[in-house]
Design a protein around this ligand. Structure first.
Ligand SMILES: Nc1ncnc2c1ncn2[C@@H]1O[C@H](COP(=O)(O)OP(=O)(O)OP(=O)(O)O)[C@@H](O)[C@H]1O
Ligand SMILES: [Mg+2]
Length: 322
């Protein structure tokens, strides 16, 4: 009994409690290991996700770099094409200038000596021969006008752009004053905005506005009461200038031809002209980095719009005649 007691006492001995402590520790450690395993698994997944994300980032960066390299290659090829086009353009321009310039002197000789012949040999020529000679003179005069028009275009392209403050309204009023003197009897009203200050080449803008207003004057020639306006408006955050008239108008189906040299939408019998004015205007506006377009309706009038970028912001004042 004493021995049993000793045994049971032994069960509660420090060794036993140590054992149970050890067991508890083992259980705790097992739990910790399980937790760690679970944690590792989770962080493994996380790592995998991170690795995958990094891999995708790498692919994106590679694609971006490749796209950048392609853009650089394209840019270089565009630049070299641009240079080639510029060179060809310059050559063509020089050719047009030389041809139009150098043709003028022989042409004037043909015309001058033709006229001398007409005067001195008039009595000796048969009526038919006189007609032929007149045709030679007319053709030489027409060709002289054409070469002069080509020169006009060439000079605009070759000229250096000088930007200054220009009041387009003032320029327009001067043009109108000159136009009125050509036919003071005409019933034609001009509505021009008070002040239209822009940064532009004064001489070139004088040519551009001169052509647009001359056209308005000419193509309203058959209106008993003509009305022409020149003003500006804001459209999609841009300042747009407009010359509008209530004249003969034109068919919009042919609008694309308007700004090409020597293209006319009206016959010489209806309205005289050589079809170069608007080509000059377009070159001037493009030289300023602007755009030009037109709107018209046969028998109802026409409107010519243009922009001149890089202008200080303007206060909207609309078109005066509308
Ligand atoms: N305000 C307008 N109204 C109607 N048609 C126009 C107007 N302005 C131009 N056009 C049409 O556009 C064509 C081209 O105009 P453009 O000014 O270039 O030539 P043009 O007036 O015929 O001759 P020019 O070289 O003497 O100016 C004209 O022939 C005409 O058919
Ligand atoms: Mg014209």
């Amino acid at each position: 009994m004493k021995e049993q007691q000793t045994l049971s006492n032994k069960a509660a001995s420090p060794a036993d409690s140590e054992k149970s402590e050890l067991q508890k520790t083992a259980v705790r450690q097992q739990r910790e290991i399980a937790d760690l395993k679970a944690e590792n698994l989770a962080s493994g997944n996380e790592n995998r996700d991170l690795r995958e994300a990094a891999r995708l980032d790498q692919i994106t960066i590679e694609n971006f770099k490749q796209a950048q390299r392609q853009i650089e290659v394209l840019n270089r090829s565009l630049q070299s094409r641009n240079r080639a086009l510029e060179a060809v353009n310059k050559e063509l321009e020089a050719f047009a200038y030389t041809v139009s310039h150098d043709l003028r002197s022989p042409l004037r000789s043909i015309h001058g000596f033709g006229e001398a012949l007409q005067r001195s040999a008039a009595a000796k020529l048969s009526p038919e021969e006189s007609k032929w000679l007149q045709k030679v003179l007319d053709a030489a005069a027409r060709m002289d006008r054409l070469t002069e028009d080509l020169l006009r275009l060439s000079r605009i392209t070759r000229s250096q752009l000088k930007r200054e403050v220009v009041n387009l309204a003032q320029v327009a009023r001067e043009v109108v004053h000159e136009l009125r003197q050509t036919d003071p009897q005409r019933d034609i009203a001009f509505a021009i905005s008070d002040s239209l200050e822009v940064q532009a080449d004064p001489a070139l803008m004088r040519v551009a506005l001169g052509n647009l207003l001359e056209n308005a004057w000419k193509y309203t020639g058959r209106r008993p009461q003509a009305l022409v306006s020149f003003g500006r408006q804001q459209r999609d955050g841009q300042t747009v200038f407009c010359v509008r008239d209530n004249g003969a108008g034109f068919d919009m189906a042919y609008a694309a031809k308007l700004f090409a040299p020597f293209q006319r939408l009206h016959s010489a019998r209806e309205f005289s002209g050589s079809g170069v004015g608007l080509a000059c205007v377009a070159r001037i506006i493009h030289k300023h980095g602007g755009r030009i377009w037109a709107d018209g309706k046969t028998g109802e009038g026409a409107a010519f719009f243009f922009t001149l970028p890089d202008q200080p912001l303007l206060v909207e004042d609309g078109e005066p005649a509308e």
